[in-house]
Design a protein around this ligand. Structure first.
Ligand code: BES
Ligand code: MN
Ligand code: ZN
Length: 496
């Protein structure tokens, strides 16, 4: 994206876009449009109310040239999410005729947060052409578009060199995050037969090669030697062997901290022998949404060269049905050495996470240990699709994640993990069982299970993203991937 800056109203691209928050009467913007177009204030007021995603398009003359002037509504009190949504929707609706450049008027926009607006606008624009029809023959894969030849002209008065740099940085960040989200949405939307665990591993290897971070993929034989027994137990019913993808990014200078990220990478969850009902089973291709968040954050963080030492670990397998499948009641081992009674083979996410969390805690001792997983239906029943569940043994960490969620619109809501819940996970025959004795508070007892394997790490947070990774949108008729977690993690890595 070529970024150009102009101090006064005008355009070299032929299209001026003014984002408008629905605050007061945004009279200054109306006056500006009236003076440029020759229309009356009241006519413009009738045409445009500032609602989220609303647009009004006008023409104006500059000498002999006619240009377009578009008002883009952001709704009331727009945050990052609303800004992103309105830009994404604008591009989506106009993708066939989207110009080779636009002029974004940050000077006259009434949002009052130019860097945030700019980053959100670019993030939204880059995601705009995203299409879920990747496997339609005529679409040729719907690849991440090239933006090299696109001109983004910014109207903003009195900027210093430093501020210009910051504006360019905001554009770059918006684009890098969007490109990571795009690829992760592709992976989450892909059907299970197009993304066995080896496919996730291949993506990581390629991304690491391109963007300069290390990727090591542990295959079945190595996993057996390492003692990854819980991951292997979940994999027993699958024709595809499991993988443990270990990604590591080190910054050029001294890292300010070390962060371990773990993401659930179940490429399809049939439930195993505790088989799921078939009605919505096809959505279980999205059961690697946590892995996608972690892999997207790895790529974005390394491209942004964040000053953190980052370890991303994805245990990946299908959860399938076979004569070899793990059976309800089986007792299995784990990387930690602890034994697990598998009451329900559909509670498989916590099993593979137990191994991966324990692996990161023991071998890397990160300052922060975070995991993301589409872990429980219980979390969806608790919070719906408007927030992920947040579980942590560290209040400061929980607060940071909560605040970043509110800022980015990728919201998290904390639930307790009091000791009282632990006893429901006690097994008569093994160290712990994978299903609570009570049908209540399933998201919390799942978190308690994970906590059992973190080696008492003092700053761990688990995010249950079952309700937010995959959902309804204007971009597809069926549910589809949201990209949830990539931006949240990048902001966390920048701030924490
Ligand atoms: N992958 C599911 C959780 C899920 C459900 C994600 C719906 C997205 C949408 C997970 O592996 C699972 O099956 N959880 C069970 C746990 C139960 C057996 C304790 C659940 O939530 O029903
Ligand atoms: Mn399951
Ligand atoms: Zn699952």
């Amino acid at each position: 994206m070529k970024v150009e800056i102009r101090q006064q109203f005008g355009t070299s691209t032929g299209v001026v876009l003014i984002p408008v928050a629905k605050q007061g009467d945004f009279k200054d913007i109306i006056t500006l449009v009236a003076s440029k177009t020759g229309l009356s204030d009241s006519l413009i007021n009738e045409e445009f109310k500032g609602d989220l995603k609303e647009t009004a398009s006008f023409f104006f003359k500059d000498g002999s040239q006619t240009h377009r002037l578009i008002l883009l509504g952001l709704g009331e009190n727009p945050g990052f999410k609303e800004m992103l949504q309105s830009f994404r929707s604008l591009v989506f609706r106009n993708k066939e005729k989207f110009p080779k450049g636009i002029t974004l008027d940050l000077e006259h926009s009434n949002t009052g947060a130019p860097y945030q607006l700019l980053e959100a606008a670019v993030n939204g624009m880059v995601l705009g052409p995203y299409d879920t029809g990747k496997f339609k023959t005529e679409q040729n894969g719907n690849k991440v578009p090239e933006w090299e030849d696109f001109t983004l002209e910014l109207i903003i008065a009195g900027t210093s060199g430093g501020e210009e740099n910051e504006l360019k940085q905001a554009v770059r960040k918006g684009q890098i995050i969007a490109e990571a989200q795009w690829q992760m949405m592709d992976l989450v939307n892909a059907p299970a037969n197009k993304k066995p665990p080896q496919h996730l591993a291949a993506w990581a290897i390629e991304s690491g090669r391109k963007h300069g971070y290390d990727v090591k993929v542990y295959e079945l034989k190595e996993l057996q030697e390492m003692g990854m027994e819980a991951l292997i137990a979940v994999n027993r019913g699958s024709e595809h062997p499991p993988v443990l993808i270990v990604m590591e990014y080190k910054p050029a200078g001294t890292p300010v901290k070390k962060v371990g990220l773990v993401g659930k990478g179940v490429t399809f969850d049939t439930g195993g022998l505790s088989l799921k009902p078939s009605g919505n089973m096809h959505y279980m291709k999205s059961d690697m949404g946590g892995a996608a968040a972690v892999m997207g954050a790895m790529e974005a963080a390394s491209r942004l060269q964040l000053p953190v030492h980052l370890i991303g670990v994805v245990p990946s397998t299908e959860n399938s049905v076979d004569a070899n499948s793990t059976k309800p009641g089986d007792v299995i081992g784990s990387y930690s050495g602890k034994t697990i009674e598998v009451i329900d083979t559909d509670a498989e996410g916590r099993l593979i996470l137990a191994d991966a969390l324990n692996y990161v805690a023991k071998n890397y001792q990160p300052d922060f240990l975070l995991d993301l997983a589409t872990l429980t239906g219980s979390c969806i029943r608790t919070l719906g699709t408007h927030a992920g569940g947040l579980f942590s043994n560290n209040e400061a960490l929980a607060k940071t994640l909560y605040e970043i969620g509110m800022e980015t619109g990728e919201r998290l809501w904390q639930l307790p993990i009091w000791e009282d819940y632990q006893k429901e996970m006690n097994s008569d025959v093994a160290d712990i069982k994978n299903l609570s004795s009570s049908p209540a508070a399933g998201a919390i007892t799942a978190a308690k299970f994970l906590e059992f394997f973190i080696e008492k790490h003092p700053a761990w947070a688990h995010m249950d993203i079952a309700g937010v990774a995959f959902g309804d949108s204007e971009f597809s008729k069926q549910k589809s991937a949201t990209g949830f977690g990539v931006r949240l993690l990048v902001e966390f890595l920048e701030k924490a």
